[in-house]
Design a protein around this ligand. Structure first.
Ligand code: ADP
Ligand code: ZN
Length: 767
C-alpha cells in the first residue's frame, strides 16, 4: 500500500517553449481573465512585445469593455479562427508572477480543485490587485536661487509665507519634504507652487514607503556560538545549501521549545544572503509578534531595510508597499504569515516554516491551501532548501521524517541547559467536589502556586483558550440554553459590554432577564472565558498587576505589542490570555504557567483533537522557566488520564506520536490517508442534505480503491449564518484519482440555487 503523506509535487504540463516572431517575440498571449472565468487569446502589439511575458498582468478588450487578466501562456499561433484583438496594455513592466509562482499556482489549482484564477487572486494582496503602483509620493524641495536681501524684505511684507518657506529651505540641510512644510504651514502646497513658477524653488517627486517599522530602532544582535546539537543541524542545512548539492529533501527540525531553532534559521539565512540568494520565512499569524520580527531585523540590522513583512495587521498601504519591495527586488528576506508563501521572491535559497504544525497554515476559504505543503512544493520548484521547524511536529511531517521523505534534525535540549519545566496535573474532578457550587476557575494548588510567585516577584501566565465571560446561559429549570438564532452555538456572555455574543457570526444581543422558553428567572451562566477568569483572578490577587490578552482586549493597533513589552519589562505580574500568548513568546522571568482548562480542545469532535491538545499543552508549557529559575506548569483538566495530557506531562513527543500514529493507521486517518471534506450548506435544511446525498451517491458509484468514507451527516456546527450545514468525509490513500473522480462528478452536477457545495482537500477543520 502506498501511503500518501504530504502533497508531493507532480507538475503537470510545462508551458510550451515560446514561439517567436522574427524579432524573437512570441505572437499570441493566452490571457486568463480575472473576473470572468475565461481564457482568451490576444495578439501582442509590437510595442508591448518586450513587456508581455508569462505572468504579466494585462488590460485587454472584452466585448465592449476593458478587462484585466494574466498571461498564462505564450503561443506561436491561436486555435481561434477570427482575428485576434490586441492586448491594450500591461500593468507594470515586469510579470507579477515569476515563472515558479505560476507553476505553484497551477499545482495548487489542480491539487485543491480550485480554478486557477482564484489561486492567482489569492496570490496578490488586494491593494496590489485593485490599485497597482499606488504609491504615496512626496515632493523634495530645494532652493534654486536665494533671493537677495532687498527682494526678501519685499517678500516679508507682501508674501510673508513665501519668505518663511524660502528661509526654511535655506536653513535646512539638504532637500526638504513638502509634507514636513505642511505640518507647519497648511497652505504650503499652493505657495510652493508659486515659488516653483518664480524659479526660486525646485521640486522633485519622490516615492514614500509606508514602513510599518519606521519608528523602531534595531539593536544589532550577533550570532550565538551554537550548541553541539545546533551545530550538527546547521551543518546539514549548510551542506544542502551548497551550490553543488542536489535538490535536497525537506528538513524537519524537531526541537523542544527553547532549543534554539530560531537561531538556526538566522544562521542559515545569513548563509543564503552570503550566496546572494533570498529567504522566505513563514510564521503563524499569531506568533508573528513584534518580538519575532525584531529578532530578524536585529540580526540583519545593517540590511534591515531589505526585510519585507507580510501579515494581516498591516494597513492596505503598508502591504502594498511591502509587496512592491519584494516585486522590485528590494527585499532579500520575507517574513510573513500563511499567504506569504506567494511572495514574489526570486532566486530563493531557503524556505522556512516555523511552528509547522500550526493549523493556521491552512486557509479555510477557497483556495483552501496548506501553506506548509505549498512550501515543500515551492522549494522543489525553486530547487531550494525547505526547513520545517516545530517542538511538536504535526504527525504528517513526523511520519514523513520516519519514512525518509524528510531529513530529521533534532534538538533535544534547551540552549540554556535548563531542564524542561515540571508539569503538574490538577484533577478538576476532585476540585469540583470540594467547592460549594461545583465549579472553580483556579484550583487550590494553582492558586497557592500563583501566590508564591507573586511573593517572589516572579511572573505568571494563565492560559485559557476561550474568550468572553461565560460560555453559555442556561435555564436551571428547563435546561434551555440561549443560542444564536442563526448559528447552532450557545451565545457567550461578554460582561464589559453586557452583551451575549455569537462567536461564529458576531451577532450581539442584550442578555434576557428570564428564560425565553419557560419564563423562569433562574437562568444561570455556566462555563467561563478569559473575561471571567480575569475578574476572578483580580479578586483573588488584589495587588497584582494583571493584563488580559485576547482578541477582545487587543483591538487597538500596537496594543498587543505594548502589553507584551510591559510584561517583559516586568511592569505586569500576571498575563491571562488565549492562544495569542501560547506561542513563541520568550519571557525569562515567567516561572509559572497555568492552563485553566486543558479539555477545551480535547472535547472537539475532530480526529486531531488529541494531537492539538498535546501540541497546545507542550507549547504553553514551553513558556515557563526560560530564565534562571526552574519553571513549573499546572494543567487543570477533567481528563487527567487522557494520553494527550499524560504524554505532554512527560514532554514525551515520540511516545505520544507512536501511540497516536498506531491509532490513525488502524482507522485510516492521516498521515496514512488524505482527508477530503465535502461540505454543503443552504437555508433549506432538506435541500442541503439532499444535494450532498446525491453528490455522495454519485461519487460512491466509482470510488477509487483504498478510499474510505463515512455517512453524510450534519456538521458539528450544524447551522451558521442562518445556513444549515452538512458534511461528508472521505479518506483515501490515493488522493489524485479521488480528486479526479470528484472533479468529474462536480462537472456533471447542477446545484440547486442557494446551495453551496465546498470541498476541502487535506481538511484541517472538521467543524
Ligand atoms: P526556539 O525557537 O527553539 O524556541 P530560540 O531560538 O528562541 O528557541 O532560542 C531560545 C533562547 O536561546 C533565545 O533567547 C536565544 O537567543 C537563545 N539561544 C539560541 N541559541 C543559543 C546559543 N547557541 N547559545 C546561547 N543562547 C542561545
Ligand atoms: Zn451566530
Amino acid at each position: 500500500m502506498s501511503a500518501g503523506h504530504h502533497a508531493q509535487p507532480n507538475l503537470f504540463e510545462e508551458p510550451a517553449p515560446n514561439a517567436q516572431d522574427s524579432a524573437g517575440h512570441p505572437l499570441v498571449a493566452r490571457v486568463l481573465i480575472e473576473d470572468a472565468a475565461l481564457e482568451l487569446d490576444y495578439s501582442i502589439p509590437e510595442a508591448l512585445a518586450a513587456r508581455v511575458q508569462l505572468g504579466t498582468r494585462v488590460h485587454v478588450p472584452l466585448q465592449r469593455h476593458r478587462a484585466t487578466g494574466t498571461v498564462v501562456q505564450l503561443l506561436p499561433d491561436s486555435s481561434y479562427h477570427g482575428k485576434l484583438k490586441p492586448i491594450h496594455d500591461t500593468i507594470g513592466t515586469r510579470p507579477v508572477f515569476p515563472e515558479n509562482l505560476l507553476k505553484l499556482a497551477h499545482w495548487a489549482s489542480t491539487y485543491y480543485l480550485c480554478p486557477l484564477r482564484i489561486v492567482l487572486r489569492a496570490m496578490l494582496p488586494e491593494s496590489v490587485r485593485k490599485k497597482p503602483e499606488s504609491f504615496l509620493s512626496d515632493s523634495h524641495l530645494t532652493l534654486t536661487r536665494m533671493p537677495d536681501a532687498a527682494e526678501m524684505e519685499k517678500l516679508h511684507k507682501s508674501a510673508p509665507i513665501q519668505a518663511r518657506i524660502i528661509e526654511m529651505l535655506r536653513d535646512h540641510d539638504g532637500p526638504t519634504a513638502l509634507s514636513e512644510l505642511r505640518k507647519e504651514l497648511p497652505r504650503a502646497t499652493q505657495i510652493v507652487h508659486v515659488l516653483v513658477k518664480k524659479g526660486i524653488v525646485d521640486r522633485a517627486e519622490v516615492r514614500v514607503e509606508r514602513d510599518p517599522f519606521h519608528d523602531e530602532e534595531f539593536i544589532a544582535n550577533a550570532p550565538h556560538i551554537l550548541t553541539e546539537e545546533q551545530g550538527v543541524a546547521l551543518e546539514k542545512i549548510l551542506a544542502a545549501l551548497h551550490p553543488s548539492s542536489l535538490i535536497p529533501h525537506p528538513f524537519l527540525l524537531h526541537g523542544v521549545t527553547g532549543s534554539g531553532k530560531t537561531e538556526i534559521y538566522l544562521q542559515a539565512i545569513a548563509k543564503v544572503l552570503e550566496q546572494k540568494k533570498t529567504a522566505l520565512v513563514l510564521v503563524p499569524e499569531i506568533s508573528l509578534t513584534p518580538q519575532t520580527i525584531e529578532r530578524f531585523k536585529a540580526r540583519f540590522s545593517e540590511g534591515h531595510q531589505r526585510i519585507a513583512v507580510l501579515h494581516s495587521h498591516l494597513s492596505d498601504g503598508e502591504r502594498h508597499d511591502e509587496w512592491y519591495k519584494i516585486h522590485e527586488g528590494r527585499a532579500d528576506i520575507v517574513i510573513g504569515a500563511r499567504s506569504a508563501i506567494f511572495a514574489p521572491l526570486e532566486n530563493l535559497g531557503i524556505i522556512i516554516v516555523d511552528e509547522e504544525h500550526e493549523p493556521s497554515y491552512k486557509q479555510e476559504e477557497s483556495p483552501r491551501y496548506q501553506a506548509r505543503d505549498l512550501a515543500v512544493v515551492r522549494a522543489k520548484l525553486e530547487g531550494c532548501v525547505c526547513l520545517l521547524g516545530s517542538a511538536t511536529p504535526c504527525l504528517e511531517s513526523f511520519e514523513n521524517a520516519q519514512t525518509g521523505k524528510y531529513d530529521l534534525l533534532k534538538l533535544t535540549k534547551r540552549t540554556d541547559g535548563k531542564s524542561m519545566p515540571l508539569i503538574r496535573i490538577v484533577d478538576m474532578r476532585l476540585e469540583r467536589r470540594r467547592t460549594k457550587d461545583g465549579f472553580s476557575i483556579l484550583s487550590d494548588r494553582l492558586r497557592i502556586a500563583v501566590e508564591q510567585r507573586l511573593e517572589k516577584q516572579e511572573q505568571v501566565i494563565l492560559f485559557l483558550n476561550r474568550r468572553g465571560f461565560n460560555t453559555a446561559l442556561t435555564c436551571l429549570k428547563c435546561g434551555e440554553t440561549a443560542n444564536c438564532p442563526d448559528c447552532s452555538v450557545a451565545l457567550t456572555f461578554h460582561k464589559t459590554e453586557n452583551r451575549l455574543v455569537c462567536h461564529v457570526c458576531g451577532t450581539r444581543q442584550l442578555p434576557p432577564s428570564k428564560c425565553k422558553a419557560c419564563g423562569d428567572p433562574s437562568i444561570r451562566f455556566g462555563g467561563y472565558g478569559t473575561e471571567r477568569a480575569e475578574e476572578t483572578i483580580r479578586a483573588l490577587f488584589k495587588t497584582a498587576r494583571i493584563a488580559r490578552v485576547d482578541t477582545d482586549t487587543m483591538q487597538r493597533k500596537n496594543q498587543l505589542r505594548d502589553t507584551l513589552r510591559n510584561f517583559r519589562a516586568q511592569k505586569l505580574d500576571i498575563l491571562i490570555g488565549t492562544q495569542m500568548i501560547a506561542k513563541g513568546l520568550d519571557f525569562p522571568n515567567v516561572t509559572l504557567v497555568g492552563v485553566l482548562n486543558a479539555d477545551l480542545a480535547l472535547n472537539l469532535p475532530d480526529f486531531r483533537a488529541a494531537e492539538r491538545t498535546f501540541q497546545l499543552l507542550t507549547q504553553v508549557a514551553g513558556r515557563s522557566g526560560r530564565g534562571e529559575t526552574k519553571g513549573e506548569v499546572f494543567i487543570q483538566t477533567y481528563a487527567p488520564h487522557s494520553p494527550a495530557v499524560q504524554f505532554a506531562r512527560h514532554a514525551d513527543y515520540e511516545g505520544y506520536a507512536e501511540q497516536e500514529l498506531e491509532h490513525r493507521k488502524q482507522f485510516h486517518y492521516p498521515p496514512f490517508t488524505h482527508v477530503v471534506l465535502i461540505g454543503c450548506r443552504g437555508k433549506q435544511q432538506t435541500l442541503a442534505e439532499f444535494t450532498l446525498q446525491s453528490f455522495a451517491t454519485r461519487v460512491k458509484e466509482k470510488l477509487p480503491p483504498e478510499t474510505h468514507h463515512g455517512e453524510v451527516c450534519p456538521s458539528p456546527l450544524t447551522k451558521a449564518h442562518g445556513q444549515f450545514r452538512f458534511q461528508w468525509l472521505l479518506r483515501t490513500a490515493r488522493v489524485r484519482p479521488l480528486l479526479a473522480h470528484i472533479q468529474s462528478v462536480l462537472a456533471s452536477m447542477t446545484l440547486p440555487e442557494d446551495i453551496i457545495l465546498t470541498w476541502d482537500v487535506d481538511a484541517m477543520s472538521l467543524m
